[in-house]
Design a protein. Structure first.
Length: 296
């Protein structure tokens, strides 16, 4: 989703971009990554790859989320250093922050407390990549490897399957199905009070190109978010108004919901001069149009 959103952004045309598919480059194969970099000699790497999924997928496969992301992340970062690529932008995740951290979560709170158990494997893999970038930058003067930590994301090119979808694409799928099939209610996991911060993926795509053009003065680690959060119930209500669902909601409090709140600090990004520009309703509407294109 993130890579495709970046490629779809108008600023992508300013660069010659290599974006190999999984069939063209297996990131789980360190030798293949080294060969690709030595052959193509890129000036800059944006590490946006990863095994991703919602709470259900993370709970069911913590080993897979840990091992696959640790492996491909370390392969990219190690290969970049070995091939002498001096600049790398690593994309992290706000799940790296402590489960009971005080909102808004600041960049210096990494490893300051226990992680949320429902996505611990994925979080650990992202922390390892962040630390690897920091260590290389501190230890070797010629390298500058930096990290952007986006909040939760949604948008076109997302996964809408119920077994792997994040919150907003899962909501879109459930509400669309309810309208299509005439259902009067839609189920929400938990009581709807958990709070999340979601940013439109196109805004992160724009930030990636901004970081490429202003890399030297960008902070070494920086959150990227909208600066506010919504309850799960509010996400359902806003999406329902976009999709046209007029029924009610049923709450299943036996299901896991993750952390009570996960809001990141936008202080450093604002000081650097960046903020997203897509409001939630507009972003959901654009995502729903994409979803309908897949399912028409």
């Amino acid at each position: 989703m993130v890579g495709r959103s970046a490629l779809a952004h108008t600023n992508a045309s300013k660069y010659e971009v290599l974006s190999p598919s999984r069939q063209e480059l297996d990131l789980m194969d360190f030798g293949a990554v080294v060969d690709f970099l030595r052959l193509n000699k890129p000036d800059f790497i944006v590490h946006a790859a990863g095994k991703v999924g919602g709470i259900k997928a993370n709970i069911e496969d913590p080993y897979g989320f840990l091992i696959e992301n640790v492996t491909l992340g370390s392969n990219i970062i190690r290969a970049a250093k070995e091939c002498g690529i001096k600049k790398l932008l690593n994309l992290g995740s706000s799940c790296i922050y402590p489960r009971d951290g005080t909102a808004p979560l600041e960049e210096n709170s990494i490893l300051a407390g226990s992680l949320e158990s429902t996505n611990e494997g994925y979080a650990l893999s992202k922390i390892i990549a962040i630390r690897a970038c920091e260590y290389i930058t501190q230890q070797f003067d010629q390298f500058s490897y930096k990290t952007i930590i986006p909040c939760n994301l949604y948008g076109p090119f997302d996964k809408f399957d119920g077994n792997s979808a994040h919150l907003i694409p899962a909501i879109i799928t459930k509400l669309h199905t309810a309208v299509r099939d005439g259902h009067k209610t839609v189920e929400i996991w938990g009581d709807g009070s958990a709070r999340r911060e979601f940013m439109f993926s196109g805004d992160l795509g724009g930030l990636i190109w901004e970081a490429c053009s202003q890399f030297d003065n960008m902070p070494h680690i920086m959150n990227a978010g909208i600066g506010r959060d919504y309850s799960v119930k509010e996400y359902y209500e806003i999406a329902a108004s976009v999709i046209g669902f007029e029924g009610g909601f049923e709450f299943d409090t036996s299901q896991p919901v993750g952390a009570a709140q996960k809001l990141t600090s936008s202080k450093n990004a604002l000081a650097w001069g960046w903020s997203p520009n897509t409001d939630l309703r507009t972003g959901i509407a654009k995502t729903y149009e994409f979803y309908k294109g897949l399912n028409c």
